[in-house]
Design a binder for this molecule. Structure first.
Ligand SMILES: Cc1cc2nc3c(=O)[nH]c(=O)nc-3n(C[C@H](O)[C@H](O)[C@H](O)COP(=O)(O)OP(=O)(O)OC[C@H]3O[C@@H](n4cnc5c(N)ncnc54)[C@H](O)[C@@H]3O)c2cc1C
Length: 467
């Protein structure tokens, strides 16, 4: 007889594994089906974790190469051992993916290995190698994530033309790396390989990078990355990539002049976005509806067009971010348990882990203008922040947007050292409906980067102390 579960989650990424743990905590007999060799999904295996690990390792290398001698730390000979660096990255990934196995055992979540597909509304077939098993599921949560996309006519071979997955594992530093797409994945991977010695060129269709972030930040970000000698071809459309034996030629065209140009590259990273992944699930069998971009359609309780089947994470709409998937995983488990789980989409932070980091939460200035909301701005540069001066990381600023009449914080944008950690204060402030005055009157330790937040909040009322 088929084993029966209260809740079966398909996919063991941040959405799925977090949902499984919360579901088990709530007393449901829970299973999580994962087709990959390890738990953790894109994020732990080929996404957030290995990329942040390489960003950190390459930043250490870069600092040792460029900054240390200036501050009296002299290294006679500095060499890069790329295979060792890659091993370090793999070790980090293994520790974290094993950590989820441990959490599953601790919380009594059954880990089912194999590829899941729907047999009916409450039956899941799991195929592992040559064996097939059927499980009964009272509720099923689809959390199958996303996969990289490409441009028409450009085929990712993971050798010369790679996705982010290939770019996380080059076995030698490419001399010329061309990145198609100036979004956060392209910019993070570009930073890694630039620091390790590549000549990096980013080709971006729009006239700015990191689309979706506040324009002030985007301009500052571009300025800083250009100073780091990353090349940018903005407002340019890639029209084709041809591959010879071990090289590629990227053909692109200016959107303004239609002039055609080309660049030769050892590797081409296609970083133009990701698409929801539902291959092999047999969604038609259970009549689950997706939109024209392949995102599974859900209501505000994450319920699909089928009553007992839910979906969360990258496979539905919204920002493709691990913490968004995790929040949805917790919320849907609580909703199924009759609690009032919910996700506040207005306070989901976004971070780019370049150097310096870029982070934001809430509305951008452009969105406030579009929505006809009257606002005040407070800005404070890290140049005037004592901690930033001590560490000599003075690039960037904090920008706070508050509603004109009520002073309620509507958005916060930080480009600067540790921006990714600092944005948590602003997300929390917004969750509590704080005003900029609340932040300005909160004592911040000295000397910390976070004092720049307090000063930006004071600047909303035109009374910063240190600028
Ligand atoms: C290079 C890179 C860097 C990133 N960096 C960040 C970052 O710094 N911060 C951040 O928030 N986000 C980051 N992301 C995005 C983040 O990885 C995703 O948003 C997140 O992993 C989505 O979680 P998920 O659970 O929805 O899906 P996934 O993590 O994609 O997990 C889905 C899982 O489902 C499994 N699966 C699919 N189909 C089946 C099936 N039929 N049966 C069984 N299992 C199945 C897959 O094997 C996979 O393990 C990054 C992504 C990339 C590519």
């Amino acid at each position: 007889m088929a084993e029966a579960f209260d809740v079966v989650i398909i996919g063991g990424g941040p959405g799925g594994y977090v949902c499984a743990i919360r579901s088990a905590q709530l007393g449901f007999k829970t299973a999580c089906v994962e087709s990959g060799a390890t738990l953790g999904g894109t994020c732990l295996n080929v996404g957030c974790i290995p990329s942040k690990n390489l960003l950190n390792l390459s930043e250490n290398f870069n600092k040792a190469k460029k900054n240390f001698s200036g501050i009296g730390i002299e290294i006679k000979e500095l060499t890069l051992n790329l295979p060792k660096m890659m091993k370090t990255k793999e070790k980090t990934v293994t520790i974290l993916t094993k950590g989820i196995e441990f959490l599953f055992k601790k919380n009594k979540v059954t880990h089912i290995k194999g590829q899941a597909s729907f047999k009916s509304n409450n039956e899941i077939i799991v195929q592992e190698k040559n064996s097939q098993k059927i499980y009964k599921a009272n509720r099923t949560i689809i959390s199958t994530g996303s996969a990289p996309t490409s441009l028409p006519g450009i085929k990712i071979d993971e050798k010369i033309i790679v996705s982010s997955t290939g770019a996380l594992s080059f076995n030698k530093v490419p001399k010329e790396l061309v990145i198609i797409g100036g979004g956060y994945i392209g910019l993070e991977m570009g930073s890694v390989w630039k620091r390790l010695g590549s000549n990096v060129t980013v080709i971006e269709f729009l006239d700015h990078i990191a689309s979706g972030i506040d324009k002030d930040m985007s301009y500052e970000f571009l300025k800083i990355l250009k100073k780091q000698e990353i090349n940018f071809k903005l407002n340019s459309k890639v029209i084709g990539v041809s591959v010879t034996k071990d090289k590629a030629v990227v053909n692109y065209m200016s959107n303004e002049t239609n002039a055609r140009k080309k660049i030769e590259a050892d590797k081409v990273l296609v970083a133009v976005g990701r698409k929801p992944y539902t291959k092999g699930l047999n969604l038609k069998k259970v009549s689950i509806k997706s939109d024209n971009q392949g995102r599974i359609q859900v209501d505000n309780k994450f319920q699909t067009s089928v009553k007992n089947i839910y979906a969360i994470g990258d496979v539905i709409g919204g920002p493709m971010l691990a913490h968004k998937a995790e929040e949805e995983g917790i919320a849907v488990a609580e909703i199924i348990a009759g609690q009032s789980g919910h996700v506040n989409y207005n306070t989901i932070p976004m971070v780019v882990y370049t150097s310096p980091e870029v982070a934001s939460v809430g509305k951008t200035e452009q969105q406030l203008i579009e929505e006809n909301i009257k606002y005040k701005i407070g800005k404070f540069p890290f140049m005037a922040n004592p901690r930033a001066k001590v560490i000599n990381e003075t690039e960037g600023f904090v920008k706070i947007l508050a509603e004109d009449k009520t002073d309620k914080v509507l958005g916060a944008h930080i480009i600067g050292p540790h921006a990714g950690d600092m944005i948590a204060e602003m997300a929390l402030a917004m969750e509590f409906g704080a005003s900029s005055e609340d932040i300005a009157r909160t004592c911040h330790a000295h000397p910390t980067y976070s004092e720049a937040i307090k000063e930006a909040a004071l600047a909303v009322d035109k009374r910063p102390i240190h600028s």
